[in-house]
Design a protein around this ligand. Structure first.
Ligand SMILES: [Zn+2]
Length: 444
């Protein structure tokens, strides 16, 4: 089977020795060049010479997002500022943004990783690639762009938004690959339909989708709509950007981690202990090759599991499951923990509704209250007398949805049906939870 780089087929021991060497270099690099890490290591009575085994590595402190904020803007730089050739930042919803920086070598490595990822999704040199990820401080747009050029794709840097223009260029340029958030690609497909264009008739064969959690059911909807293979890409700016892991289009069963550049751990977010392979926990990454902003044991907040072994595609790198959700996004509805994507999975199985949904959190008296808003399909809507969503047929659909969510996700939740095209469409990351409570607690 076609594989972009031989490093993806290194056996376990070869990969481990490559990682071990690079880890030692990284630990020494941050200790000698980043006062934050020097102090953190010394507080743990640790110097780079103490790193003699993988157990020693686990004595190193974790890095968290607030550490990046506290060292805003350039406090975590491990190279002189004149060696930096790119700066990205994520807009913080609270406080200062997190800033990340890259040397020329970092940009090259990142490009190589993303080229590998696009190749894994089915992209090849010479393809036209429509990049609808947002360009700017967000790593998505330029990250995919750099990798697409590295692979040799004719890259169309359209960025997000201006959906009708996106459609014109897809029809005129005839790209084979599209990169976007899944919710935005769904939006593009729906808009095509309203213009009388069948998304399945476009030139697109493959999609690289990410930057937000999504479900298998969402994948099915997108693949059917466009008649394409849609694969999941993972990454986050604090670690590098998109391309940290990528699903192979051949198997679509887990995302291959670029283990030559990142060391992955999965921990229990409460006890901070490592969990076994196959078990869900919080992903923790250590960069192994980054020069400008290396990161040690970064707690991502993303919940997933890891499996190891040879994939049917031939790659031997560890695979992570789809991200179920972020630790911060978990809802507790009537005592049951649930991620919005789990609701998405089950909504997708119910006939009569669409994958467009939002969970609204409100105060009702002293209590918190959750309500699922979900759009009905146009076909279903057309069968309702006077388009009446209070009609007994619609009420029956609500009961059916509630029954499925109760049985499958163990969640009892109020459901409100919405008319087609009334839930806001995303042009980037979809907003799945609308929290209009004053308190920040998400316990309901
Ligand atoms: Zn594979």
């Amino acid at each position: 089977m076609a594989i972009f780089s031989e490093v993806e087929t290194l056996d376990g021991q070869e990969m481990e020795s490559l990682q071990w060497k690079r880890l030692n270099d990284t630990v020494a690099h941050v200790y000698h060049n980043v006062p934050f890490y020097q102090k953190a290591f010394e507080e743990n009575e640790f110097t780079p010479e103490d790193l003699c085994s993988w157990n020693d590595f686990q004595k190193l402190p974790f890095t968290k997002k607030h550490h990046l904020r506290e060292n805003y803007p350039f406090g975590l730089l491990a190279t002189p500022q004149e060696d930096v050739v790119r700066i990205h930042a994520s807009s913080g919803t609270s406080g200062k943004p997190t800033v990340v920086a890259y040397t020329e070598k970092d940009i090259q490595n990142w490009g190589e990783m993303v080229a590998r990822a696009i190749y894994m999704a089915g992209g090849r040199k010479g393809d036209i690639l429509h990049n609808a990820y947002g360009y700017g401080l967000f790593t998505g747009g330029l990250g995919l762009h750099n990798g697409a050029e590295r692979l040799g794709c004719a890259t169309v840097p359209i960025s997000g938004g201006n959906t009708k223009n996106q459609i014109t260029l897809i029809q005129d340029f005839k790209p084979r690959i599209v990169c976007s958030t899944p919710s935005y690609l769904l939006n593009i497909g729906e808009t095509m339909k309203t213009l009388g264009i069948d998304p399945a008739d476009t030139s697109l064969d493959y999609a690289v989708l990410g930057a937000e959690p999504w479900s298998e059911e969402m994948r099915d909807s997108i693949e059917d709509m466009f008649d394409i293979k849609a694969s999941d890409i993972y990454g986050l700016s604090e670690v590098m950007g998109p391309g940290v892991a990528m699903e192979c289009a051949d198997c679509q069963d887990g995302l291959h981690i670029a283990e030559d550049h990142f060391l992955v751990e999965v921990i229990d977010p409460e006890t901070l202990e490592q969990v076994s392979d196959g078990e869900d926990g919080e992903l923790v990454f250590t960069s192994l090759t980054k020069e400008a902003l290396p990161i040690i044991r970064y707690r991502t907040g993303d919940i997933a599991s890891i499996t190891r072994g040879t994939c049917p595609c031939g790659r031997k790198t560890a695979k992570m499951s789809r991200v179920k959700g972020r630790v911060d996004d978990m809802l507790i509805i009537r005592g049951v923990n649930v991620f919005p994507t789990e609701l998405e999975r089950y909504i997708g199985n119910v006939k009569g509704v669409t994958p467009h949904y939002q969970v609204h959190l409100k105060k009702r008296g002293a209590l918190d209250h959750a309500e699922l808003h979900v759009e009905v399909s146009e076909d279903f809507y057309g069968t309702l007398p006077n388009y009446d969503l209070n009609h007994p047929t619609a009420q029956e659909l609500i009961k059916n949805l509630q029954k499925v969510l109760k049985m499958e996700a163990l969640v009892s939740i109020d459901v409100t049906l919405k008319e087609p095209h009334t839930i806001p469409r995303s042009e980037g990351k979809a907003k799945r939870v609308v929290d209009s409570r004053k308190a920040m607690s998400k316990s309901i």
